[in-house]
Design a protein around this ligand. Sequence first.
Ligand code: PRT
Ligand code: ZN
Length: 294
Amino acid sequence: MSDNFKVKNMDINKLKIAIQKTGRLTDKTVELLKKCGLSFELYKETLTVNCTNFPLELLMLRDDDIPNYVGNGIAQLGICGENLVLEKEADVTVLKRLNFGHCSLTIAVPNNSACKEISNLNGKKIATSYPNILAKFLKKENIKAEVIKICGSAEISPNLGLSDAIFDLVSTGGTLKSNGLKPFYTVLQSEAVLICLPGKENDDIISQLLFRISSVMKAEQNKYVVLNIEKENISKIIELLPGLKSPTVVPLAEEGWVALHSVIPETDFWEKINKLKDAGAQGILVISAEKMII
Ligand code: PRT
Ligand code: ZN
């Protein structure tokens, strides 16, 4: 059966979410949807995948196509890099930043380049597969540079004499380094985003999915903590634990001691744990929360 045939036969009444078929965002996207309680099975060649316990169908696409599939209403939802949403200039609403697929769109130059400031890009050739974002940036900065459109592997173009600089996605910077390039100017930071067809933001199913995604992400950003403390130290500890509303306090069998349950943000986790120990907390148990409905 051809891929086209499968796409034509998808259930046109179900909401559709376009996600990357194979690539950097695929595993994290699938993991997120599964953590949201969606049940589905992926097969290598399948382009559409049904959720068996939620009215949603997955469309497995190249990431470049996702913004336009959503902008044109073929899918009502999509998950892709913000870099592509901006480059394709698709008419979509960003519902949520998803905290994975982090990278930057950066202008890079050869290690021996004399470029010191952005104005030095005047008259230069810059190779990129992100010509729209680059053109807008150059216009804003009033720089007259030649944009050379290429489809991937921008890093090799200065070595081949095709350009003086490149404008590409960078995460670790390893690829730039191995091609004798250095980051020169970061134009934007990107991460995976959940996008939606404008006008569908308040759709019941979309709101339910967004609620689930937010709960999963909140849980990932927090740790559930249980600790023992002498009653007389409770107020010191409570000050350190803003928690949800207020921490749960449970008496222990040992007179004068209580167990306290609360939530600590992942961001300042170790700092908070040290402060709790200093304030007399003992037997600190840290548990990963699966979902946080608040
Ligand atoms: O086949 P399909 O078109 O779907 O996939 P693709 O090969 O075009 O995209 P893919 O899977 O590489 O990337 C998908 C999305 O991941 C991108 O649109 C970004 O939103 C995000 N992302 C995050 C990245 C990177 N980090 C990244 N480092 N996408 C690409 N890269 C490339 C970059 O272009 C460069 O070639 O990785 C290289 C640099 O990596 P470092 O770590 O050496 O800096
Ligand atoms: Zn792509």
